[in-house]
Design a binder for this molecule. Sequence first.
Ligand code: PLP
Length: 421
Amino acid sequence: MQLNNQTYQIQGVDVLDIADEFGLPLYVYDADKIIEKIGLLRSSFAGVNLKIKYAAKALTNVSILKLMRQQGVEMDSVSVNEARMGMLAGFSPSQIMFTPSGVSFGEIREAIELGLQLNVDSLPLLEWVGQNYGSQVPVSIRINPHISEGGNIKISTGHADSKFGISILQRADMLAIVDQYQISVAGLHIHTGSDFKNANAFLKGADVLFDLASDYPNLTFIDFGSGFKVSYKEGDHITDVAELGRQVSAAFQNFCQQYGRELELWFEPGKFLVSESGHLLVKTNIVKENPTRTFVAVDSGLNHLIRPMMYDSYHDIKNISNPAGSTKTYNVVGYICETDTFATDRPLPEVRPGDVLSFENAGAYGFSMSSNYNARFRPAEVLVYEGKPYLIRQRETFEDLLRGQVDVDIFSEELRVMSEE
Ligand SMILES: *Cc1c(COP(=O)(O)O)cnc(C)c1O
C-alpha cells in the first residue's frame, strides 16, 4: 500500500475506491507483494534445488492457492480439508505436504489414500504407518530439535516442551521402528516456530537434521519449515533472507556432498509470503473521548483479526481517508463484547467517525482465524491482480450464520402454546 498524492493505492488502484466498490469491513490482498516475496526467496536460494511449500493455513482462499500454484509454489497442509482445497486449486496430491499434529488415524488414512506427502509427527504414528503400510508409503519425519530461538512462546514449536515433532533424543527409537517395518523415509523436517531474526536458528536446526540424515540413506529432501520474521513496522529487525540464503545454502551444499547426493531443500513459509500482502479495511464507528484515553471503535474486532489479542502482534494502522490529519493518540478497539484492543496509545492522523482505517500485515492468520463470534459476518475478500480488484470471497449473510443449525421441535406443545398467547 503506497501513499501517492494523498491517496493510498495498491498497484495504482485507490484503496478508497476498493472500499466503495466492495464495502467494509474488507480484506484486500496485493498479488504483487506475494509474487515479490516468492521471488526474493528464490533468488536468495539460487544455488540449491529449492522447493517452496506454501503453508496454506496462513490464508486458505482458493484464489490465493491458485496464485501460488501459478507461481510454481507448492503447498503444505495441516488438515485433509486444506489439502482438498489445494487440489481444488489444481495442485496434485503429491505436491501437497501433509503435516498433521495429533490428528486421528482416520484422517491420516484419508491423506494417504488421497496421495499426499505424509509428514510424521509422533512415534505412535510412525509405528501405525509401519503396521498398516509397511514400506508402501514414503514418509518424512518431523523432528523436534530442541532449539529455542526467540519469538513469542505461543508460536514457538521447536523447544523441548513443545507438542510438535519427534524428539531428537528419540533418534534410536525412530530408527528401530523404521527398520522393523522397512518404512521408506524420503524426507526430514523441522519447523521450529515463528519469528526468528537470523540464520542461527535455521543453521542449528540444519545441523541436527544433517547429522540425523546419516540414519536414512534414501532421502530426497530436507524440509526446514518456516519461521521467517516479517516486517511489521519501519525499522523492524526482520529475517535477512538473502543472508539466510547464503548461509543455509552453503551448509546444505556441503551436506549434500557428504551425503553423496543432491537433495531438495524445502521451506514452508506462510506468514513470509502473505502477511504483508494483506490489509484489513475497516470503518470507524465511534470516536469516544474518555477522561484518560480516546477510543476509536471500528466495525471489526477479534472476530476478524485475533492476532493482536492472541499473540500481542503489532499491526501498523493507516488512516486511509484522512492521511494528512494532525497526529493524535488513540486506543483502537473492536465492536465485540470482549476487550478486543487492536492498538494502545497509537499515534494516528486524526480519526473521525466514518474514517476508513487499514490494519497492515493482515494477510497471514487474519481471515483464516476469523469467526462468527457475536453473530457477526466475516468480511469479504478481494485480490488485486495486475491492477484490478477481484472479489474472491463474498461477504456473509444472515443465512450463513444459521447454516447447519437444526431447529428441532424439542419443546413441549403446551410451552409453545403458552408462549404464543
Ligand atoms: C504454520 C506452519 C508453517 C508456516 O509458519 P509461518 O510462521 O506462517 O511461516 C510452516 N510449516 C508448518 C508445519 C506449520 O504448521
